[in-house]
Ligand binder design. Structure first.
Ligand code: ADP
Ligand code: 5GP
Length: 204
């Protein structure tokens, strides 16, 4: 039994957290992986909800113990996905969403070739900047660093199976929900989820 893995990647500020949050509200049977990070919590973020916030020493201890199935340094902070949590999720057949950067996405696609990878593009760099500022959670220095990195990150869009242009939020959310639905209708997923409909295959 294995759930489907959805990887959502975007430059910071493109709206992936907003989209994934909307998706999870629509689909109660989807689960979000909570990463570990060495980044400081933003206002309103809670340990264990948005991230497991750890210091650099702890991160490297976990990393060296093989606790991360993928990890990367992004914008000067470390981020990683828990190997044991993810394995348990997928073994239970739970469809799981990872919000990770392109480096992590690459590692995950190698480990899970059936993973569904989705890149979220902002409609323009000017709009990306407006969203980063409008979010009001990052310092000017952090915003500049993230904007500088955005173009390089967006160059990796072609490594992804699906692309969502997040211009109009409801339309982008529909796109994301459609991708999830289509992946769930793949033959292997349907057979795993509803084996009784496929019982005829076992008969002579
Ligand atoms: P990310 O997780 O990719 O860094 P967020 O989801 O935090 O991005 O979104 C960045 C900001 O842009 C937030 O303030 C969010 O409300 C806003 N936002 C997201 N999608 C849209 C959209 N389609 N139109 C306008 N603003 C948006
Ligand atoms: P933020 O600090 O804005 O929450 O996230 C910054 C970047 O780190 C985003 O691109 C986000 O997708 C990425 N990220 C978050 N968690 C992980 C993770 O576990 N692994 C990797 N590789 N990237 C992550």
């Amino acid at each position: 039994m294995s759930g489907t893995l959805f990887i959502v990647t975007a430059p910071s500020g493109a709206g992936k957290t907003t989209l994934v949050h909307g998706l999870l509200q629509r689909n109660a049977d989807l689960f979000l992986s909570v990463s570990h990070t060495t980044r400081a919590p933003r206002e309103g973020e809670e340990n264990g909800r948005e991230y497991h916030f750890v210091d650099v020493d702890r991160f490297h201890t976990l990393r060296m113990a093989g606790e991360f199935i993928e990890w990367a340094r992004v914008h000067g902070n470390y981020y990683g996905t828990s190997r044991s949590w993810l394995a348990a999720q997928l073994e239970q057949g739970r469809d799981t969403v990872l919000e990770i950067d392109w480096q992590g996405a690459r590692q995950m696609r190698e480990a899970f070739p059936d993973a569904v990878s989705i890149f979220v593009l902002p409609p323009s760099l000017a709009e990306l900047e407006a969203r980063l500022r409008g979010r009001g959670t990052d310092s000017e220095e952090v915003i500049s660093r993230r904007l500088l990195a955005a173009r390089g990150e967006m160059r990796h869009v072609q490594e992804f199976a699906y692309v969502i242009i997040n211009a109009h939020l409801p339309a982008a959310l529909d796109d994301l929900a459609t991708i999830v639905q289509a992946a769930r209708l793949r033959c292997a997923s349907q057979r795993m989820r509803y084996p009784h409909y496929f019982a005829f295959l076992e008969q002579d």
